[in-house]
Design a protein around this ligand. Structure first.
Ligand code: HEC
Length: 198
């Protein structure tokens, strides 16, 4: 290769690389990119920046999964979202397809503000974003959990963590808590994928 063609190649690569990044960040609605999940070269999950435009499944207020009181001095509201493409598949089959990304967004609740007299509303203060991704080729057991602090990429939580055991023992559809998602539950019940014993 001549010096000049090497330089041309370097220029071409220089323009290609940013292009590739732009693609990986936006392309999940196209058929070649079936998953909403995007990873860094080190296998960390990239923060799903547009999850707020996905399909809303539920909000929970002060949910507590243990017998002990949480002793929280504030209200906690969480919102659950799923990527639109996987929701379309779920509506037809009652199953989450490979590539599914579910997000739980915990937010600080508040009581006093503006005209509010009672009850809890949500504030701009978001806590770490929790993500549950299905990809049978990528993860042992089919699913992995991630927790994003801020908007940094997150590495997969090890399989020994309580996330996996609680979701595995109590999630009514394939390790997910569809029993608490009012529009998803009847679809799974009808499709026969819902485990009512959980
Ligand atoms: C003791 C049980 C328990 C543990 C431990 C637990 N979760 Fe969950 N998780 C739940 C319940 C219950 C819901 C339903 C929340 C709702 O209805 O708002 C849920 C919902 C979720 C969702 C929404 C999608 C889904 O799978 O239904 C994500 C994402 C999630 N949890 C992530 C995590 C992560 C990450 C961890 C570990 C750091 C974790 N969870 C640990 C009980 C648990």
């Amino acid at each position: 290769m001549t010096v000049r063609s090497k330089a041309a190649l370097a220029v071409a690569l220089g323009t290609l690389v940013p292009g590739a990044f732009a693609l990986s960040g936006t392309a999940y609605s196209s058929p070649e990119h079936p998953s909403a999940a995007r990873y860094t070269a080190r296998g960390e999950l990239i923060f799903p920046a547009d999850y707020r435009e996905w399909v809303f499944l539920t909000s929970g207020v002060n949910m507590n999964y243990s017998d002990e009181a949480m002793g929280m001095d504030h209200d906690m509201v969480d919102n659950v979202f799923v990527d639109p493409q996987s929701w379309r598949a779920f509506k037809q089959t009652g199953k989450w397809p490979d590539g599914t990304v579910l997000v739980k967004e915990p937010r600080m609740g508040a009581h006093t503000g503006s005209i509010n007299k009672s009850g809890t509303f949500q504030t701009e203060q978001r806590f770490s974003l929790e993500v549950h991704v299905k990809d049978s080729r990528r993860f042992k057991g089919g699913w992995a959990f991630f927790v994003h602090r801020g908007e940094q990429p997150a590495s997969a939580i090890p399989g020994t963590a309580a996330c996996y055991s609680c979701h595995g023992s109590h999630g009514a559809v394939d390790t997910t808590f569809v029993q608490f998602y009012p529009t998803a539950k009847p679809i799974a019940v009808k499709a026969g994928t819902f485990d009512a014993a959980k």
